[in-house]
Every structure is written in C-alpha cells, then in structure tokens.
Design a protein. Structure first.
Lengths: 463, 463
C-alpha cells in the first residue's frame, strides 16, 4: 500500500490520482487542491461566457463525488506550503488556516502555472474590483462573471490574441460588448504563421472586433471614464480605453513549492523532469504546466497544454505507485475554434525548425474538405513544413471552416509526426474517403503532394 | 521519351497518366477509355440520385479538357481488345468499329471491375429496359436515370446492403420511393461487426426503408405487375415485388485483357501484381480494381477501393516511366454516410485477424465527439480490435452522427496501423483538443484506453 500525496486538482494532479487508483486500488491517494474546484475544464471557461455552457458546474470533467467514488481523498481549499523531502512530509494549510503535515511514500506535484503579467505597470493596484481580469482559475471566472453582471461593461480591451484571447473576444462579442484586441506581434494567433493568422484576424474583425497588432502594452491606469491601456505601437505611444480589461498574455510555471524543496528549474523556468516525470528529488514526481515538456522534435522545452498535462499526470501517477510509464513526448498539437473558423497546428514551423537544426521548407496549399460536387464543400488552407534534406514531415498548420474536420486532420499529421513519417509517406496512408467527407486523396495528402511537388521542382531547377 | 499506353479511364488509369505526365513531361501518354467518361467519380453517383449533385457532369474529377491540358491523349469510346506482349502493341477498336494497333514502350492496364451478379437466375433476360439495374458506370447511371424519369417507379428492391446499396437506399428514399433492401448476411453493412451494423439498420429503417436480412436472392422475374425477386430466407422461400430492382452485390475483377495476355490470376480472381505494380509480363503494369491488393496486415488479398486504385495507379504511372515507387499497402479503410450517421472502419476485425494468424480481442466502447458541456456533443460508438498477446492495434470500427468527425478519426487509426503502433501508443499521441471539437483524451484515446483496461482486467483475472 502506497501513501500517495498529490498537490494540484487540475489536469495533471487528477490524472495522476485517477491512474494510480485505477492501477492500484490499494493505493491511498490524497489530492491537495488549492481551491474548491477540482478537475474543472479550464479550457471550457470561454464557453461559459458565450452562454453556451450553463451552469458553470457543468465545466467539471468529474464532480468531487465522482472523484471520491474512485477512492481518492480530496483536501479542498488547502494549500501545499512546504515539502520536507528527507522526511517525506507535505506541509499544508487548510481552509481554517490550520497547518498540518501529511506523511507520504510518494508525492506528485502538479501546481500548474500562473497568469503572466508581461511586465505591465499598474497591475499591483488593479484587479477584478477595478475591472482588470485574468482568466486562469474558477476564482477568476467568478470574479469576471460578477463584474459583467454588476457593471454591465459595454466595452473590453483584451490584451493578447492567443487561444484564450480569441475565444474571449468571441465570448464578449456574443454578449454584445465592443471588443478591442491588442496583440504584441505582427498578427493574431502567433502559434500559426502570419499568412494563416491573417485569416483569423479577418474572421474576428468581420465579427466586429477591433484588432490592433504590433502593440506592446506598457501600463494600465484607472481613470474617471474607465480603464486606460497605454501601449507602444510601431515605436509610438498609443492609448486605448474601455470599461474592462482582460489580460491573457500567457502563463509562467508555478514552481515555488518544488523550487524551495530543491528542484532544478529549466526551460521557461519550469521544473526539470525526465520522461518518467521524476524531479530528481527522492520520491517526488511532477507533471503539468509547472514542468518542462519533452517534445519529440525539439527535445526539452516549455509548452504548457492541457492535453500534455493529462498525459504527464497519467505517467506520474503510474510511476509513483511503481509503474514504468514514460511520457512519449509532445509534438505541440493545438486547435482553436474562432467564430466559424477552426485553426490547428502540430509540429514545427520554419523558425522553430531552423532553431532546432533542421532545414525546413514550408509550402502553402489549399484543398477542399470533401468533393466539391457534394454540397457544403469548403477549402482548407494548409502550410506544411518538411525537411528539405531528407523529406521528413516537421509540422502542419491548417485553417478551415467549422465542420471541415480540421481538428481531426491535424491529428493525422500529429500521428505521422509520432511515427516519424516523411511527407511522401503521407500520400501512402490509406485514409478514409466518401464524397460527403473527403476525397480519394484526402486534403491532407493533397497538401503533402504540393510540398513534394515543390521540392521536386526546386531539385530540377537546381535550387 | 517513353510511349506510355494506358487502358482504363477511371481512378487507376487516370492516376497513372497524371503521375507519368507530372514526372516526365516528355512521356507520350495515351489513355484508352472504353466509354466517353474518363475520370468520373463513380463514388459520387448516389448523390446524383439524391439530387444533391447536379448536373451529372460535375461528377467528373477533371474534365476531358483538364486531362488533355496535362499533355495526355485520350482515346474515348475505344475498347482495348488484345495485347501483343512480345511486339509491345495494343489492339484497340475505336468508336467506328475500326481496329488499330498502338505501339507502346510501356503499358499500364486499369480495366477495373465488373458488377457481380451473384449467381442470380433470370438476369440474362433482364436489364434496364425491364427495370433491372446495376450501378457501376456512367452508362448504368444514365440508364437508371432514364428509367426513373420515364416510368416514375414507386418502389424499388435493392439487392445488397453494402456501401453503394445503403447510399442508394437513401437516394431512392429521398426521391419518395418505397425501398426494400435485401441483405444476404445477418446484418447490413457487413464490413462492420453486426453490433455496429445494427445502428445503420436502425437508421435506414427509421427513414422508412424496409430492411430484410438473412435473405439470399435466387432469381428475378418480370411479371404483369412488376418485378418479382425470389429468395431464400432462413431456409424458406420468400418473394418480394417492386417496380424496379437495383443489384449492388459487389464486383469481380475485369481481367480478360490481361489474362489472355498471360497474366497470372490470384486472390479473388484478380491479376497478380507486385508492390511496384508489375504484372510479370514484360513492360506491362496494372493497377486498380482488376488487381490484387497488398494489405499491410493480411498480405495479398482482393479489396477493390477507389482510394487504393488512385495509389496503385500513381505507383504504376511512376514506375512505367522509370521510377521506383512502391505501393505502401492498404489497411482497408472505408467510410460511408448513411442518412445522418457515418460509419467507418480500418484494419481487421476479429474473424479477419484470426484467419490471418493474430490473437484478436475486440472491445466496444462509447465516447463523446467533444466535451459534453459544449452544445451538440454526440456519442461515437467504437469497436477496437487489438492483439491480446502483444497489444498491437489491429483495427477499429466507428459509428457516429454526421458532424462528429468520425471519418477523420478513422484516419488516426489508419495512420497508427501504418506506423505499427500498439493500442497503448494511441494514448500517447499528442492529438488536438478544444472543447467544441474534442476532449483532452480524444474519443479515439478513450476507446484505446477501454481496450487496454479490459486487457489488464483479463490478465489480473488470469483469463
């Protein structure tokens, strides 16, 4: 019987607890959760604000009762404050402020990440009470919900145009708010090449969102008529005002607990773990947004994603009770729906691949999601990245309308990346076809063939 | 400069011609086409009869002008009658009946398949004029179209409930006809296990189709009030009458031309080819529904599919002009939309796998296509087949509503089969996730985990 303590009630921690209980029903599993909302789908919060998900309780992947029914014990509203590594004891502070030490045989830490403030001045004095929000926890969700209900703000500035920023632009727009979206880089959704980001830009602009790119936010101030965001735009000052500001500029790993215990920090300031999720501290495992990510093409990096947290947590939970699991590695697969478009990506783009020592070439192409003669066909726009030297697939980016099965087409590329396939091999795959849902050469293969044809043309031209 | 003659204007022949012209613009490519409709999407014909595809010309993947613009020459309404193997000459009979010999350096034969008659008596005297149809060519399509327009039949019997039979049941129903669907086996869509075929049965029955399984058709007769189909049902005679009969009971390879030239016939009576699409006859290549299929899990079999014909044709075209391509192999991926359901499959089922020497176990499971809290989630029903000994993925069958991205989820399994992944490895794949389109563990992974959990349970139980 293993006494397994787990810190963190989100993806990594709960996945670890579920896996441990699944494999070893004798394991005594205690999960220490900082708030009262274990196993909530943080990725679903934007859809609470669009009104598509109601009530907020339905955002729970599993209820606390579901979790406890698996035999794990939940310690809610309890903060893990210190690890006594040698003594194998976890110090926690409960909801009533009392401090206690939990003895453990094995410990899994999944403390996740914290919202980044991107060095913006003025945030010490500004929070939900002043209409300045972040969105990372159910607490943040309730604060924003309350603010929207009480003040009925007519306008919002969203700082950041990544996945959550774009989803929240849709949510605020759906609520009838005027939205200004500020983005540091040259185009929205910077995890895609700007050629495809531009399609997302057009989509949100077409729904009335004012998009301002190339804008670095310096400070936020509260004034008599609302909040003022001060920024640099192309080297010149620019100010924006609105009733509400939402900061969604990324996250930083929450490493305090493990760092104090002596864990080593690595890529992105995250806790270094091996592919078995060992921290190097005896009997301490870690997983999720607080730890480094093993990437199949990049080696060790920092790439916090819910899917990865689930997988890392599962590995940590299995190994903590004596298993031999290994995190297979991320390929950076991501997808987002923005109004009527879906954008997906997996693997590397040119700049990532070059930095990692590859010789990438990216080729753009367009292919219909299904046979054009059947009603409802729409083009999917691809950017395929492959290695010029050996022809290996390095990455793929896709944008298409909702309904064009972009998300699961990204998965074909992701699976091919796991398999280490060349781009030519994509044409060999026996993919499904029926006219309402595909083509004899699936769109994925049309894009792969376009890449291969351009490579052949370059070779013939002696480039 | 290679003089390349190609027999057949459907998937295999045209794919060969396109590939040859793409890789070698000096190749002199002549395609001999038996009718006037090269490069038609035969898979699209049912959607012409639903009314979704109009006019019939839009069923062309490419027009004759598109094809000729690539530099190939088309000889339409021309029948290839004999191959002089030693002399490298192809005898053809043109539209005016004149016989001619075409000299070639290399020959690709893609004569496809012919509709099977399944040993049904009476068919010698019954054809489109009598209201008895098959559906394999544009000629068949026009004949059926004319019959529907002229006689306005109120009822149809469809013999066969495979892909085309089910699609045509939908088409006739959409036209207001009363449809009786006769199926030899115990359940419709016999390429899926009956547990999933039953869902398709329910779907078509729910749309008014009368489905009669376990029924072997013996003969068809024309009577004063319509056509009578005589059958055995559970050992007892049964008769069915209707205004029209459509026979869609599969195909047999059309091998006459190559067999007379001395080609060897193998699996399913199809022409034996190697993975380079060589027939063994000097300078003669073959591809498509007339040749055997190299299957990644079964070895050599006969499995005529349009996707395979495209790939084989591409290989034949490349090799005929001196290339070194190789058909990577089929895994039997297929998908069909039937009213509001989509059914897909790839790889092997229990009986196929057992016959091929595996030790298969199939596990059923259900997983939502996306997070249930987001509107529009629907369950996908899975049957995953894996090898009990080593845990390798052998096959997958999925049924879900149209819109649940079943087709592209089948592709994840198909790609994993090409990669030779174990079922546990499916859980490791970095698949895409956003709440409107998936789950942190995609439905594909939930199904894989269900299989793995049952295997673990059997091992614990000592089964």
């Amino acid at each position: 019987m293993t006494r397994l303590a787990i810190v963190g009630g989100s993806d990594a921690g709960i996945s670890a607890a579920l896996r441990a209980r699944e494999l070893d029903p004798s394991a005594e599993v205690t999960v220490v959760v900082a708030d009262a909302y274990p196993n909530y789908s943080i990725c679903g919060i934007p859809y609470y604000f669009t009104g598509e998900v109601q009530p907020w309780q339905s955002l729970a992947h599993r209820t606390a009762a579901d979790l406890e029914a698996t035999g794990m014990r939940l310690r809610l509203d309890t903060l893990a404050t210190r690890i006594d590594v040698a003594g194998r004891r976890l110090e926690v502070r409960g909801p009533d402020g009392s401090v206690e030490e939990l003895a453990y045989d094995e410990l899994v830490v999944g403390t996740g990440a914290l919202p980044s403030h991107a060095g913006i001045a003025g945030l010490d004095a500004l929070g939900p009470e002043q209409g300045v929000h972040v969105m990372h926890s159910m607490g943040d969700t309730f604060a924003l919900d309350r603010d929207l209900a009480e003040r009925q703000p007519a306008s919002a500035i969203i700082v950041g145009a990544g996945y959550v920023g774009l989803e929240m632009a849709e949510a605020f727009t759906a609520r009838g708010m005027r939205v200004t979206q500020l983005q540091r880089g040259p185009e929205v959704l910077s995890t895609l090449d700007p050629e495809l980001g531009a399609l997302i830009h057009e989509e949100i602009a077409g729904h009335g969102v004012e998009v301002v790119t190339g804008t670095v936010v310096r400070a936020i101030e509260q004034g008599p008529t609302g909040l003022t965001v001060m920024a640099d735009r192309a080297g010149r000052p620019a100010t924006f005002t609105a009733d509400l500001v939402l900061l969604v500029v990324g996250v930083r790993p929450n490493t305090e607990l493990l760092a104090e215990a002596g864990a080593v920090l690595g890529a992105g300031g995250a806790v270094v773990v091996d592919r078995e999720m060992r921290t190097g501290l005896p009997h301490i495992w870690a997983a999720g947004d607080g730890v480094v990510t093993h990437h199949l093409l990049l080696g060790t990096t920092y790439l916090p994603l819910g899917t990865t947290s689930h997988k890392q947590g599962r590995v940590a939970g299995e190994n903590a009770i004596g298993g031999e699991a290994r995190f297979a590695g991320s390929v950076g697969t991501q997808v987002v729906k923005v109004f009527d478009l879906v954008a997906g990506r997996t693997g590397l783009r040119d700049q990532d691949a070059t930095a990692a020592g590859f010789t990438p070439v990216t080729v753009a192409s367009v292919a219909d999601d299904h046979k054009r003669y059947y009603p409802g066909a729409h083009p999917i726009r691809f950017r395929i990245t492959g290695d010029e030297r050996d022809g290996w697939l390095l990455g793929a980016q896709l944008v298409g309308r909702h309904g064009t099965e972009v998300a699961k087409r990204v998965d074909t590329f992701a699976t091919a990346l796991h398999a280490g396939f060349s781009i030519e091999q994509l044409s060999d795959l026996d993919l499904s076809y029926t006219p309402p849902l595909g083509s004899p050469w699936d769109a994925v293969q049309v894009a792969a063939q376009a890449w291969a044809a351009q490579r052949r043309a370059r070779a013939l031209a002696g480039v």
